[in-house]
Design a protein around this ligand. Structure first.
Ligand code: ADP
Length: 477
């Protein structure tokens, strides 16, 4: 079976969040299921720069008004199909944002062109790779099922995966005539969405199957508060909606071999983490003592509950703990952490920006990783925490609810706990969870058990890849 995975970012080439990790990991995981997956990505500058063995497999004199071509090649260990359209994608930096942090004003055209080309591949435009299934990720690929639906009937089936329903790709009605869709697509049964064009909406309307990245999130997005405007449509289509939890790349995230750590370790050599804790203290200007160390590796935004965490810092420091924050995002939240670092020198440290090496080091040396998200489709940071013996402390929402077992008395008794959960996402509940973690840490044996439980849980892609493979097969059958 051949599957075209359509994604606007893919690790290790372009990454702003969890989608890139998933898109980068699925091909290898699915190879074991007998599925040949190619990833289709936009030809951003960084992607074209990394592409080797590129051959042109399709050309457009005008793709939504601009010359373009499809290149097949490899990069980062992946078989890629790249949409080379310099006017749309030959830009530096973040795939969606200008250097000033605003959305590129032509994002609708950039990703409509991307979808149009992906749908063409789905419809058989590239003889050497005619997919049975087109797997579309997030709003940037949302128009693919619509283009397939309104074109000549094709054999290819489509899957739409929601990695985060907050990002919907909503544009004004004025863009519709430029999309190359037939007039009847301008309909609530088509791509029309609250008076504009909805890219994700279009995908959810027309895909053969819809998935999201955890069973709990699949339920949450069908509710008014979780669906962010799309819950009605999702309830209508609930029969084809399922939740499949992400895995992680256990070779990239392996504390026994991770080159980003000061000291490598296994579940049997946990004391070696102390060297990583000292390295973190140095990198984040913290006092190099043995006190409890919390970390954050996150986009700094409302979704991630970072404002709530900010209000808990006084309490955290009062309990004798330290906090190391790695993140980038909203200036106000960055400022809040900076102010905390100034207030508590040596106890709170922040590094802003994106750093893959530091994100590994933090998991390899901190005692606990904080993930107080208001909503979280799946979340990856808690998986890395589990794998690295960096006990996750999470809100009980979405994928966090599905993947961390709270250290309540029953779970501790049965020896199955892997972390801490709290709800609601408010200051008192988070403060209590922070205190619970610090308390349990005083019981060295219980804490070690918590770490080891997490480290031995199966976080690889195996089980999830099987579920995607079953889904593809059921669509094609
Ligand atoms: P989201 O996709 O909503 O941002 P996830 O938890 O699903 O959240 O994935 C976030 C990914 O990005 C994880 O791999 C995490 O380690 C990584 N990450 C987030 N912020 C940073 C940062 N500042 N530096 C390095 N890695 C980061």
């Amino acid at each position: 079976m051949r599957v075209l995975s359509v994604a606007s970012e893919v690790f290790p080439l372009v990454k702003t969040g969890g989608l890139a990790d998933v898109a980068g990991a699925l091909p290898a995981a699915l190879a074991g299921e007998g599925i040949a997956m190619r990833v289709m990505v936009p030809g951003y500058r960084d992607v074209l720069g990394a592409l080797s063995g590129a051959t042109e497999i399709h050309g457009y004199a005008s793709l939504l008004g601009t010359p373009a071509r499809l290149l097949a090649g490899t990069a980062g260990g992946l078989d890629l199909i790249v949409l080379d359209a310099p006017a749309l994608f030959d830009r530096p930096g973040n795939p969606y944002l200008t250097p000033d942090g605003a959305d590129w004003p032509d994002n609708w055209r950039r990703f409509a062109a991307f979808c149009r080309a992906a749908a063409d591949v789905g419809a058989g435009a590239v003889e050497s790779f005619v997919p049975d299934v087109v797997h579309c990720h997030d709003w940037q690929a949302g128009l693919v099922p619509a283009y397939l639906h309104y074109a000549e009937p094709t054999a290819a089936r489509s899957v739409m995966t929601i990695h985060n329903i907050a990002f919907q790709g909503r544009f004004p009605a004025s863009v519709f005539p430029h999309l190359g869709l037939p007039p009847q697509a301008w309909d609530v049964e088509g791509v029309e969405y609250y008076g504009g064009v909805g890219f994700l909406k279009a995908g959810l309307r027309h895909a053969g199957a819809i998935t999201t990245v955890s069973p709990t999130y699949a339920e949450e997005i069908c509710t008014q508060s979780g669906g962010m405007g799309l819950d009605g449509l999702l309830r209508q289509r609930s029969e084809v909606l399922s939740g499949i939890v992400n895995g992680i790349d256990t070779a990239v995230w392996d504390p026994a071999a991770d080159p980003n750590l000061a000291a490598n370790y296994t579940a049997a050599t946990l004391p070696r983490r102390a060297a990583n804790k000292r390295a973190i203290a140095e990198a984040f200007a913290l006092t190099p003592d043995d006190s409890f160390l919390f970390c954050v590796v996150s986009r700094l935004g409302w979704q991630k509950g970072m404002d709530i965490l900010g209000e808990c810092i006084d309490g955290l420091v009062a309990l004798g703990a330290r906090l190391a924050v790695l993140g980038s995002g909203e200036a106000a939240i960055e400022g809040m952490f900076r102010a905390a670092a100034a207030r508590y020198p040596g106890r709170v440290g922040i590094v802003t920006g994106y750093s893959e090496p530091l994100s590994h080091l933090l998991q390899g040396g901190s005692d606990s990783v904080l993930v107080p998200s208001r909503f979280e489709p799946c979340g990856l940071t808690q998986f890395y925490g589990l794998r690295y013996g960096c006990v996750p402390l999470v809100s009980r929402v979405g994928g966090l609810a599905d993947t961390v077992i709270d250290a309540n008395l029953a779970a501790l008794d049965r020896g199955v706990a892997t972390g801490f959960q709290f709800l609601p996402v408010e200051v008192p509940a988070l403060t209590r969870a922070i205190a619970r973690a610090i308390d349990l840490h005083r019981h060295a044996k219980a804490w070690k058990k918590l770490q080891q439980n997490g480290m031995k849980s199966d976080l690889s892609w195996g089980a999830s890849a099987r579920r995607y493979a079953d889904l593809y097969r059921s669509l094609v059958a």
